[in-house]
Each structure stands twice: as C-alpha cells, then as structure tokens.
Design a protein around this ligand. Structure first.
Ligand code: PRX
Length: 683
C-alpha cells in the first residue's frame, strides 16, 4: 500500500522531546514486524563454524555454565586478567533487579583511558590504534598507540584548562573523525562522563540532550563530510546552544578547515592544542563511576540518558569484542558504525582498544563514491573483521554482487551484523558474496542498555543459522516470557518476549537523573527480570531468534526511534491536531515510519502540507527519522475510552486492511472504513 510516499528533504533545525506520559506498567504488546515464521521457513540450515576451534562449543558451554554457577570466580578472574587496576576490587558483584542497585567490582579503582591506551604502550607503542578512512577513498590517518596517548593527553589538558573536572558532563556532536574518539578518551582520562549525540540529530534534539545532562562543554567540528556532502555541524551547534544557558564553552575542532563564525563561547582547538603538554595524568575512578551516558529512545516519554559505569562496561565490551570476533594479534578490526550510537562506543572505541587492537574508523557511507566502497576499504586495509548493519547489507544487495569480485577480500575472517533482525536472504548474501562461504557470520543482538553483545555466536565456535543470534554470552541468562502473564516459557520451540534473569557487568545502571524511569522501563514490567522490549523465539535446537520490538519503538535502518517522539514533532506543527505513528516493513530499512494525522480546522490535506510535515519531523528530530508515509484522516481509530487502536493503524500501514481483527471496541467504525477506503484507492 502506498498512500502518499514522500521524498525526504531538509536539514535538522529544531526538535522537542516527546510529551506522551510515562507508564510504569507493561508496554503494549504487539507482534513484531518480521514474524518468527517468516524467518524460520526460510532458514532450516545450520552452518558449522568455519575454522572451528576444537571442542569450541564444549568449552563455551562449560564457561557459560561456570559464569552462571560461580559468577564471582568467573568475573573476578576475567576482570583481573583483562583490566589494569589502580586498586583491586573488594567485591565482584552486588545488588539486583528489585531496586536496580546493581554494582560490579566495588572498591576497585581504575581508569578506562589508561586501560585503552597506557597499558598497551610497553608492547604496542608503534602499533596503529586508530586507522581512519576518510570520506574520500584513500584519505587515511594512522594513529599509533603512542600518538594516541599524546593526542588524548593534549585534549585532556586543554579541557582541564577550560575548566573540565572529574564528574562534569561533556557533550560531543562530532562527525566520524579520529578526534571524536580522542575526545571520548580524553573525557574518560579526566573522569568527565561523555554524552555523544549522533551528528544526524537536529539542533533542537541536541539542545535537549545538552540541557538534560546539564553539560557545560560541547565538542564539535567546523564541518563534517559524509558521502561527499557537507555537514554544517558548527552552525547546528550554534542553534542548539542559543537557548542552552548551561553551556560555557564550545570546543571547535578543525575537520574541513572551513571558516565558520566563532562566538564568545567558542574555542578554536587548533590554536589551543599545540600549546598543550602531551602527557596528562589519569584520574582515579571507582569501578562504578560513570563512564558515559548515551541518549536512546523508548516507547514513551523523552529520550533517556542511559548510564554506563567504568569497570563493568569496559570488561564486558573487551571480552565480547575478543570472543565475538575471534580477535588475533595483527588484526584490523572494522566496525563501520557511527560513534554517536552505542555500537561505535563499544566496538570502535572501548572494546577494540582495551584489547590493544587496531580499530578502523570509517567516515563515509557504503555507497560513496560507489557501492564497492566497503570492499575497497577491506582490500586496502586488509580488514580481518567487518561489522555492519543489515540495512547496509540489503542496500548493497539491491545493487547486485558483481562489484564485489573487483576486490580482494581474502583477509576477512569474521562478518558481524548488528542493530536489527537480519533476514535470512541478507545473511546468505553476506555469507556467500562477501565471506565467500569462508567467514563466520556473527549476528549480535544487544542494546544501548546492555552495553555489549548479549546474544551472539562466538567466532570459530558457534554453529549459526541465518537470522538467528544463537546463544547467550557468558553471564547472560535469557528467559522467554509470556508477554501477558509474565510467566517464563520453558523448553524449546517457544515464543514470547526476551528477558534476562540476572545482571551482567555492562548492564546500564540507571537512566541519568531518573532511576524510577529505569525501573519502570526495564525492571518493573516483569519483576525479577530485565526486559529487553524485544520479541523472540527459541527454536527446537535452542537457538534464539529476535523478532523485533514489541513496544512502540521503531527500528529504521538500525536507528532506534520512539513513535512518541515523532508524534510530538508532528503536533508541534500548527496544522496538526492529533498524530499516531506506527512502523511498516521496508525492504531496505527494515522498518519505515507511517504517520496518521488529523488536521486543525481550516487546514486541508495537500501534497505541499504533507511534505511540510515530513520536513517537520526531519527538522525536529533529524533527517534519519523522516516518515515514509503520512496519511491525513478526519479522526484516529479509538476505543470508547479514547485509546488509539494502533494495532489497526499498523495493519492498514502494512497493507493488511483485510486482517484488522476485532474492531468491536471502536468508538467510531466509520473512521477505519474511511482509512481502508483511502488505502484501497491508493493501492
Ligand atoms: O530491537 C533490537 C534491535 O535494536 C534494538 C536496540 O537498539 P539500540 O539500543 O539502538 O542498539 C542498537 C545496536 C546494538 C534492540 O532492542 N537489535 C539490535 N541488534 C539486533 C536487533 N534485533 C535483532 N537482531 C540483532 N542482532
């Protein structure tokens, strides 16, 4: 079904957080867009792990068992062997899901930046730590561990001179330049939690995040480049900080060298950094001190500042990087995500660097200058592990595999997938055309809140099925729950919602400034469990299959977007009276956004108005949140008690108006009839 499908235009200007109230009860359950049966019917085959480690599964099972039966021994040993401590910890873990007072490695002291850089200097001073591939092919910067220490220290000393102290929040709004990682690590060195805001967010979305964190410092660049286009980051920051009185300094890093207006609060870092000493001592941090917050969308309310602490996060991301991707000495590890999302935090910066690996940072897009770009990068840098999202794989699939054979991809051993369910067809394409049947495909399920992978195959160990994220990582005890009753569903070949039965080291500890919300969203819906918000199926062999969100969170091209945020943006437009937003399947993006809107009297639906509304959302949240469909309606389908029946709106958007189910509780059935008629006319 098509309705008015609209092209996207416009850059972000402003945005507001959602106004839908918070609820403390279970979120509404609806079956996920990609149903288990769709995934399953297509994927009967099990693939053995390539280059299998002898008895790998037996070892995994034994280690997993130990991690659950003797967690203190398991994690205590792991923490002492993986991390460098300034002071050993007294207790491995404490607290639980009842009040969310989870803490790991208490009494221990360390510094995340020290663990990512300084500890490696005796063996790896001259090894490349960050290998940056710029937007233009072949524009490469190699930063060794030794150089990285110098750059991070200069940055940290500059920040100190500008007044940043331990415990202060620093916001980053940066393109994918090496300085983004440098600034994050400098924050970690000083014990100043960073809050990285994806540089695709609008000025107003950025402002809200700056204000929520009460951040006095904001890092940005003059401009950014992506896919041959210019991102006007400094001017977006200028707009964002106009009404953000908390901001004292904007630290402007030179990326393109463009002349940008500099105001009273702006600091030109290219003038300041050369003056700085290239060594800066590390702050001593407690294990549970905040390392960073990262805003993410939920089904209701404003985006949440998900809070991660130092030791548990670092240990867990380090271990998952090593085991998921089978890291070896000399590897070039390429996670082509953006540092503005959790994937970039965990698998570009902290996970690879704590392992002393070479981490590739990619500034461009898979399509620039053509759809062979990823493979060009793999060939030139002899990438050994490549980690991307299904949406990118599907986009490349649609261009055909021919271009891949122009490149030598023989360095690759492991191919990762993250961010959304991968359909078996895309999985097999990735395996056959990119991996040539010789690479291990690791579909990693996790979330901003989990800090690192929770369900995943381990490289060279776990057999795989296309579309399944296979089994839990060490310390993870999954449970499939009946969504309505909350009862655990035992045995195999079962379906329900995915939850975890015990805390693990990198679990987010709270929502910044709102622990009640943390409890209500994650720990209260099913007492005794951490609730993921995802549907899942455990098949007859015990493999887990994620079927997608069961709440009002959308996943568009791997970007997590709350329907409530989109609705809030729409109702800020003078023409819109009410809005209801749902997702619908999209062959490339996984999901796209459909908005149903009612108009204020005096406004009538027109192509121009619909375009304006698309722009409204892009402007208020960011271009990545642009709706794929906007549907004008005289009213929204509601129950007699006034609740919007999203289930019906979802069915109509999915082109399944003939399968609306029970409509007997509708207050005004004529509204649905009108919407269905409109759908039919447009099909
Ligand atoms: O719905 C799941 C989906 O992405 C959500 C988490 O989004 P975010 O916090 O932005 O983190 C994305 C990167 C980890 C999950 O609730 N998701 C993530 N990975 C997968 C996935 N769905 C299926 N399979 C995955 N491998």
């Amino acid at each position: 079904m098509r309705f008015a499908r609209l092209l996207v235009i416009g850059l972000p200007l402003s945005a507001g957080f959602s106004v839908r109230p918070l609820v403390s009860k279970r979120p509404p359950y609806h079956p996920a867009p990609l149903s288990m049966s769709e995934q399953q019917q297509d994927a009967p085959k099990t693939y053995p792990p390539p280059n299998a480690v002898p008895d790998g599964m037996k070892t995994y099972e034994a280690m997993h068992k130990q991690s659950l039966e003797e967690p203190d021994t398991f994690w205590g040993d792991a923490a002492r062997s993986t991390l460098k401590w300034f002071r050993d910890f007294d207790r491995v873990s404490q607290g639980g899901f009842d009040t969310g007072d989870v803490a790991w490695f208490t009494g221990g002291q360390l510094n995340a930046c020290y663990n990512c850089i300084d500890q490696h200097l005796p063996q790896r001073a001259k090894q490349v730590a960050i290998l940056h591939e710029g937007d233009e092919p072949g524009v490469v910067t190699k930063i060794t561990y030794e150089d990285l220490l110098g750059q991070v220290c200069r940055m940290a000393n500059a920040m100190k001179e500008l007044g940043v102290k331990k415990g202060d929040f620093v916001t980053l709004y940066m393109p994918m330049v090496p300085e983004a990682a440098v600034a994050m690590l400098a924050c970690a060195r000083l014990g100043a939690p960073h809050s990285v805001v994806f540089a695709g967010f609008s000025a107003e979305a950025l402002r809200d995040r700056i204000v929520d964190a009460n951040s006095k410092w904001v890092f940005t660049t003059d401009e950014g480049r992506r896919g041959g286009k210019t991102l006007h980051l400094k001017s977006i920051v200028d707009k964002a900080v106009e009404d953000a009185d908390c901001v004292e300094k904007v630290l402007v890093i030179t990326a393109t060298g463009a002349k940008v207006p500099m105001g009273k609060r702006d600091v030109q870092m290219s003038e300041m950094l050369p003056r700085m000493r290239p060594y800066c001592p590390c702050e001593t941090m407690d294990s549970e001190d905040l390392l960073f917050i990262l805003y993410t969308s939920g089904s209701t309310g404003r985006p949440k500042g998900v809070a991660h602490t130092t030791a548990g996060y670092l240990l867990y991301t380090g271990m998952t990087t090593k085991h998921a991707f089978g890291l070896e000495e000399g590897d070039v590890f390429a996670c082509v995500a953006d540092v503005g999302w959790i994937t970039g935090h965990s698998y570009i910066v902290y996970g690879p660097l704590v392992n002393g690996a070479t981490s590739l940072m990619f500034e461009s897009t898979p399509m620039y200058p053509n759809h062979g770009r990823y493979w060009d990068v793999v060939q030139r840098h002899k990438v050994t592990q490549f980690y991307t999202a299904p949406t990118a794989i599907r986009a490349l699939m649609s261009c055909g595999p021919e271009i891949i054979s122009d490149y030598d991809l023989s360095s690759l051993r492991v191919l990762g997938s993250v961010g959304e369910p991968i359909n078996p067809e895309a999985w097999r394409w990735y395996n056959e055309h990119v991996g040539k049947g010789k690479c291990h495909i690791v579909d990693t399920f996790w979330q901003t809140e989990t800090g690192g992978h929770v369900m995943l195959p381990l490289a060279n160990v776990t057999p795989t099925k296309p579309g399944s994220c296979s089994f839990p990582f060490f310390g993870i005890e999954p449970a499939v729950l009946n969504a309505q009753t909350g009862e655990e569903v035992t045995g195999n070949d079962v379906e329900g919602v995915l939850a975890f039965k015990r805390p693990w080291p990198s679990l987010a500890r709270t929502v910044y400034g709102d622990h009640k919300r943390y409890m209500d969203v994650y720990l209260n819906p099913y007492k005794g469990y951490y609730f993921t918000g995802d549907g899942c199926h455990r098949d007859s062999d015990g493999f887990y299959w994620i079927t997608g969100r069961v709440d009002d969170v959308l996943n568009v091209s791997g970007h997590r977007i709350g329907t409530a945020e989109v609705e809030s943006a729409l109702v800020l437009h003078p023409a819109v009276s009410e809005a209801a937003v749902v997702g619908f399947p999209d062959p490339i993006k996984g999901q796209a956004i459909c908005c149903y809107v009612t108009f204020v009297s005096g406004y009538t639906e027109s192509p121009e108005l619909l375009k304006e509304l698309v722009k409204q959302v892009a402007t208020h949240i960011g271009p990545f949140a642009r709706p794929g469909m906007i549907v004008g309606t005289p009213g929204l389908p509601k129950t007699r008690s006034g609740k919007i029946m999203r289930r019906i709106l979802r069915k109509i958007a999915e082109g399944e108006a003939d399968k609306l189910g029970d409509t007997s509780t509708l207050a005004d059935p004529s509204i649905v009839e009108g919407l269905v008629e409109k759908a039919n006319a447009l099909l």
